[in-house]
Ligand binder design. Sequence first.
Ligand SMILES: Cc1ncc(COP(=O)(O)O)c(C=O)c1O
Length: 466
Amino acid sequence: MTIWVPALDGAAGPKYLAIADAIARDVSCGRLAPGARLPTHRDLADRLQVTVGTVSRAYAEAKRRGLVAGEVGRGTFIRQPAATGFEFGMPLRDAPGDRDLIDLSMNSPALSTIRDDLAPAFSALANQDVLADILCYQPNIGTERHRRAGARWMGYAGMEAEPDQVVVSVGAQHALLLAFSVISEPGDLILTEALTYPGMNSLARLLRLRLAGIAMDEHGLRPDALAEACRRGSPRAIYVNPTIQNPTAVFMPESRRREIAAIAEAQGIYVIEDDIYAYLTPEVPRPISALVPDLGFRVDGLSKSVAPGLRVGYLRAPKSVMEPLAAALMTTAVMASPFTAEVAATIIEDGTVDRIVQRRRREIAQRQKLTRDILGAHVARHSRPESLHVWLGLPEPWRAEEFVVEARARGVLVASPEIFAVGHSPTPHAVRLSIGVVDDINVLERSLHILAELLVSNPRPQMARL
Ligand SMILES: Cc1ncc(COP(=O)(O)O)c(C=O)c1O
């Protein structure tokens, strides 16, 4: 077995950066393949005649750049191409053959049927009067009609919201940016679930927030761990995804929501509740943000129910922050596009969205059954059966990074737990499958059989080549 040794001849500047650059170079030229294990810190330090600390810094830098993944005791691996470059970004599909990959790595609903649902609302935009209106600048937070539609959409998850507490945003990710930009300052501590939506990680980097992951159980965020984290630090807010959590598909029951709300209230910390998957389940317990209305923000949108390309998000916020929110909208986007906000308002008001929701729920129920029939006990017990995604536990000897790479080699993209990790917290041996996204259920079935075969096989020895 050959040990990878970077060529550092003549590299100027700090040694650790030269090593990290060499990793980047060798990944891009294919000398370091996805899944390849890098030498141990000591091994590489001996070979390069540098200190172990220098190698550790180099690997940490490579991890920061999204090139490698790994933990103490498990080694450092080159990440799959789709996850390199940016931790949170759209997968790059440029390599030959990539078009044939079955992509279960992105959480989106299937879109083939949605075109017909949306066609009348898009045609209505061509009406002169409507056009005259939506071609203009609008109030930053959205027109009264568009915000009313947002309030009505929130009703799907039992959230009562007045239109004057609702803001229209450019998708849910933008709603998060708006919320954090008005409640936090650089350096603030934000508590999240131990595995969280990757958009929160990237947002924290942008706004220079500190994130701390809180332990979870089968009901989501653990109140004892949350209370302890509040005692140790002075958090500004909790970011929580209680209904069908991304990525674990855990569902937080009402009693747990009340406990989280009580802690937030006692500590006076904000709750940013991301409930974008709540529409999938007919009976959602009260949102946490409804239990602490003065501290609670609720993030929602149509990306997971109708289509992500619409970029329609809604944020329900305490009335006291509506002015700063309007200013944040002004700065970040001026306003969400009135075109798609209008389409959204039309389909919410004329009942099209009700039909879409009902169909989505049926579609997902069928796909969940298929997934459980094929992958059986590997689907995590807490993984909610109404969910667009499934949390798949990996049996020994599989490790997540190797499984992701090998699944890709067999034509199926799945999401690695690494992209959901907060800070240096260890990741479980599990992957996320998005079962809603492929249009054709037969394609989904084929990919699930590929994964089922993989689960009962052994990782290929060359996965650890070098
Ligand atoms: C929990 C969660 N919040 C927000 C988003 C972002 O949604 P949007 O595409 O509307 O920005 C996603 C998308 O994956 C998500 O899973």
